[in-house]
Design a protein. Structure first.
Length: 642
């Protein structure tokens, strides 16, 4: 065994033993060291770049590292094997993807407005904001030598009389606590029950004099980011809200690489533990501390995620999803409880999953469609959820059609040499002076933080500005030269946003022609999916009356720039609406309202799913979109006018 030390730029270090021949990336994963690997270790993305400070590695030379960098000690972790003791420096850019947990400030009206609006919209269309949980007070006569009923029967009989139900179900967790609670309370208790027409399930029992807040948990499991809230189930009040990077991301930026990882020995358990033990359970613990709520007092949970995330969350084989005919294990299930998958809340808490409707359109989209309200509008509307993948829903009150496009991880910074998630140090907005080619940008994080890369919204701005200023051609090639535009020995250009001396990393923050080409393909996937779906209905772009944009990247998108590069349709900008994390707000609606939950199932049943890979014209549409803004300029008249 050889000691491997991982050092971070901020001064921390992690020591782990490894054997000769071990992959350095796997060693880092075993040590829970965050090293970005969107391609999951295929040496295709070049993001797992680390520096050998001391010792030896058996490292394969790749095109992602120049001769000068290699001589300075830079290596790809996935292409390096342990040869002996070594000290490895992990730069900030390699670990920037691992978003630290953030607990929201609920005193900010903006944090809760979107959820209040969702609740108001549902109430306006007649969906009652009420769920099946109730607190019931029960009084019993104490036992005596003349009345020797056991505690469970005594309690059940009194509860039946109180709620007028024939059947009461008591789980083990309640029976275990019942003797102590009854005697502590002089046989006057409150209990939390789930009521149906025929029976009632008891979640908890406590003394009648004690007040217990009835907690509910809402989770949006994104491929990159997990967002969560704890709410009061009886009032809908948001008690705590948080987000964190999905721990699965070190196994690949996209769902395909993660599914492949599950096919390896122990893979399903690793992926499930990464999202539950490393991500969700710590978030629950932190939110409960913030809310002053005991974790055992969370009695119901709603999860919205794409089809693959749902399978990995439940520890179910997801491999059939990636192979034709792309069949998931389930679309809808109501059979999951917290104790089944070790979620640290009340063990009997029922887990509601927003229903999937296809192999690549999941519960995050059905939940989002619910709160977008396009299912209740006469006008034709387009709902777009932008994240690691791109999912679309088009329709109105009469019909809904959905599809998912293989946009790849570019919107989250993957496939981009300086790309990163929207964490501290990411350039999120940019303008460029047409004459001097000098950039002005905004960076995520505290004032004065230096840039280390580009996130999705920043990439859109940079490419739109480079095109507007005539620095790149419609094909994404550099056609102007200057201090900011550099070329390698082969003439391939790149634009420098921040030189190393002004950046927060060890090299220039720049975007090159390969990055631009990758992003053109990603934006092309979105627009070609829109066109293909509309064409299948014999519709065209002009028939879109409103566009609702959701997802983490959506909040920072400059809609005008997104149109300018051909990602979104060229319609009046006032028709674009950002609706926030609709997956989370949709799951919130499903949790607090049984009628909203049923409506989501109805939406899923009635939605037509289009598998784009089976549509012959899709590839032709995609190729036509791989241009700025499009090979057919008439589709973007406002861009041509400018």
């Amino acid at each position: 065994m050889y000691p491997i030390t991982f050092q971070f730029e901020q001064g921390d270090a992690v020591l782990i033993d490894a054997t000769k021949g071990d992959s350095l990336l796997e060693v880092a994963r075993n040590a829970n060291v965050a090293i970005d690997a969107p391609c999951s270790g295929n040496a295709a993305c070049g993001k797992c770049k680390v520096k050998l400070v001391a010792g030896n590695l058996d490292s394969q030379k790749t095109s992602h590292i120049s001769d000068e960098e290699y001589a300075a000690g830079w290596r790809l972790a996935c292409a390096s094997k342990v040869m002996g003791a070594a000290v490895i420096m992990v730069p900030d850019i390699a670990s920037a993807y691992k978003s630290r947990m953030k607990v929201a400030d609920l005193s900010s009206p903006e944090e809760i407005k979107i959820f209040e609006d969702a609740k108001a919209d549902l109430a306006a269309v007649g969906l009652t904001i009420k769920n099946s949980l109730q607190v019931v007070e029960v009084t019993m006569n104490p036992p005596s030598l003349d009345d020797t009923l056991p505690d469970n029967e005594r309690f059940s009989r009194a509860l039946k009389q109180t709620i007028n139900r024939k059947l009461v179900k008591l789980p083990y967790t309640v029976i275990r606590e019942l003797p102590d609670v009854l005697r502590k309370s002089s046989f006057q208790v409150k209990c939390l029950v789930r009521m149906t027409n025929n029976d009632c399930f008891v979640y908890d029992v406590w003394p009648a004099t004690q007040n217990v807040r009835i907690g509910g948990l809402v989770i949006d499991i994104g491929t990159t980011t997990v967002s969560a809230m704890i709410i009061h189930m009886l009032t809908g009040e948001i008690l705590a809200k948080a987000s964190a990077g999905n721990g699965q991301i070190r196994y690949g930026a996209d769902v395909i690489n993660r599914i492949i990882e599950t096919t390896r020995p122990g893979g399903e358990k690793r992926l499930q533990d990464a999202v539950i033990e490393e991500t969700i359970n710590p978030m629950i613990e932190q939110m409960c501390k913030t809310a002053g709520l005991h974790q055992n007092h969370i009695y119901r949970m709603c999860v919205a995620g794409n089809t693959t995330m749902n399978h990995l969350f439940m520890g179910i084989n997801a491999d059939p999803i990636r192979m034709e005919p792309y069949i998931p294990a389930f679309f809808k299930t109501n059979s999951l409880y917290a104790s089944d998958i070790h979620i640290n809340i009340n063990p009997d808490a029922h887990i509601i999953l927003a229903p999937n409707i296809g192999s690549y359109v999941g519960g995050d989209i059905t939940a989002g469609t619910l709160v977008s309200m396009i299912w209740n509008k006469p006008e034709f509307s387009l709902f777009i959820d932008l994240g690691t993948n791109g999912e679309l829903v088009f329709g109105n009150a009469d019909f809904l059609m959905s599809c998912a496009c293989s946009a790849g991880p570019a919107f989250e910074g993957g496939d981009i040499s300086c790309g990163m998630r929207a964490t501290d140090g990411a350039i999120e907005a940019c303008t460029i002076d047409k004459e001097t080619m000098e950039p002005t940008f905004e960076v995520v994080g505290d004032e004065g933080i230096k840039p280390i890369g580009l996130c999705g919204s920043g990439i859109i701005d940079v490419i739109a500005e480079l095109y507007r200023c005539g620095i790149i051609s419609p094909k994404g090639k550099f056609v102007r030269d200057g201090e900011r535009v550099r070329r390698d020995q082969y003439g391939v250009g790149r634009y420098v946003l921040a030189f190393a001396k002004e950046a927060g990393s060890i090299k220039d923050v720049e975007i090159n022609e390969t990055d631009i080409d990758n992003f053109i393909r990603a934006k092309g996937a979105i627009f070609s999916a829109i066109r293909t779906m509309l064409s299948s209905l014999d519709f065209d772009i002009s028939m879109i009356e409103d566009v609702y944009v959701a997802g983490g990247i959506g909040s920072g998108i400059n809609m005008e720039n997104a149109v300018a590069i051909g990602m979104f349709p060229d319609i009046p900008l006032e028709r674009f609406h950002y609706i926030g994390n609709s997956s989370l707000s949709g799951a919130y609606a499903m949790l607090i309202s049984t009628e909203a939950e049923r409506k989501t199932y109805e939406i899923a049943r009635n939605m037509t799913y289009m598998e784009l890979s089976a549509v012959p014209s899709y590839m032709d549409e995609f190729v036509a979109c791989c241009f700025l803004p499009h090979t057919d300029a008439t589709l973007f008249p406002s861009v041509q006018q400018k």
